[in-house]
Design a protein around this ligand. Structure first.
Ligand SMILES: Nc1ncnc2c1ncn2[C@@H]1O[C@H](COP(=O)(O)OP(=O)(O)OP(=O)(O)O)[C@@H](O)[C@H]1O
Ligand SMILES: [Mg+2]
Length: 230
C-alpha cells in the first residue's frame, strides 16, 4: 500500500508494504567506536546476499543534512545552544527520513545509517541534558520510523577518544570532556538494555577483526530471521 506523501502535512508518509519494504539498520556508539569503519563490512555482508543497500549517516545523508553536519561539528560554532543543537540535528533528520530513508525502504532497498535517533537521546539527551520527552516528541513528529536492527558499538570512553584523536583534527563534539562522553555511553547502554529485541551490543574495545566478526555474526542472524537466502 502506498499513501500519498504530502510534503506539507507531517503525519502523511509513504506507507511501505511490509512484504516488500527494505530493512533499516543503524550503527550507534560513541566517538571512535568504529561505526564508519564497520559500514563497509555491513555493505559487503548484505550485498553478498543480493541485497540492495543504501549507506548513509547522521547528521547528514542529504545536501541539507550534510550542511547541518558541517555546522554542528564546526569548532568555530562554539556558541551553539543545547536547544539549537537538538533542533538542528532533528531538522537534518526530518529531511533525511523524508528524502532518503522512507523512499529507499518503500522501494525495497535496505538502509544502513551511521547513527540515527538513538544518537540524539545519547548526545543531546545524555550529553547535553535535553529533556527526554522533548526528544521523544521530535522523534514522534519527524522520525517515527524505527530501525529493525541497531548495532551498538560499546567501548570505554578513553579508548574511543584515543582512536578518534589519532584520526586527526578534533571536531566541536569531540572537544567535550570525558564526563560528557560517559553520559553518552550510559544512555546508549540504557537504551540497548531497554530494547533487547532491536539492539545488539558489540564489544568495540576488541581488535577490529574481532569487532567485524561479532558484527558479521549478528548480521547473519538478522538476515536468517528476515528470511534472506544465504
Ligand atoms: N576495533 C578497532 N581497533 C582499533 N582501531 C579501530 C577499531 N575500529 C576502528 N578503529 C580505528 O579507530 C578510528 C575511529 O574509527 P571510526 O572512524 O570507524 O569510528 P566512528 O565510530 O565512526 O567514530 P566517530 O563517532 O568519531 O565518527 C579509525 O582510525 C579506525 O581505523
Ligand atoms: Mg564515524
Amino acid at each position: 500500500m502506498t499513501t500519498i506523501d504530502s510534503p506539507d502535512r507531517a503525519p502523511a508518509r509513504v506507507a511501505a508494504d511490509p512484504a516488500t519494504r527494505g530493512r533499516f539498520i543503524t550503527l550507534e556508539g560513541g566517538e571512535g567506536a568504529g561505526k564508519s569503519t564497520l559500514l563497509a563490512l555491513v555493505r559487503e555482508r548484505l550485498a553478498a546476499r543480493g541485497i540492495d543497500v543504501v549507506l548513509t549517516r547522521e547528521p547528514g545523508g542529504t545536501p541539507l543534512g550534510e550542511a547541518v553536519r558541517a555546522l554542528v561539528l564546526d569548532p568555530a560554532q562554539r556558541g551553539i545552544r543545547a536547544e539549537s543543537e537538538l533542533l538542528l540535528v532533528f531538522a537534518a533528520r526530518a529531511q533525511h527520513v523524508r528524502e532518503l530513508i522512507e523512499p529507499a525502504l518503500a522501494a525495497g532497498r535496505w538502509v544502513v545509517s551511521d547513527r540515527y535517533t538513538d544518537a540524539s537521546y545519547a548526545y543531546q539527551g545524555g550529553g547535553r541534558g535535553q529533556p527526554i520527552e522533548r526528544i521523544a516528541a521530535l522523534e514522534a513528529w519527524v522520525a517515527p520510523i524505527r530501525p529493525d536492527l541497531s548495532l551498538l558499538l560499546d567501548l570505554p570512553v578513553a579508548q574511543g577518544l584515543a582512536r578518534a584523536g589519532a584520526r586527526g583534527a578534533t571536531d566541536r563534539i569531540e572537544a567535550e570532556d570525558a564526563a560528557f562522553f560517559e553520559r553518552v555511553r550510559a544512555v546508549y547502554r540504557e537504551r540497548a538494555a531497554a530494547e533487547p529485541g532491536r539492539f545488539r551490543i558489540i564489544d568495540a574495545s576488541q581488535p577490529l577483526a574481532a569487532v567485524c566478526a561479532a558484527a558479521a555474526t549478528q548480521l547473519d542472524a538478522f538476515l536468517d530471521l528476515a528470511g534472506v537466502a544465504a
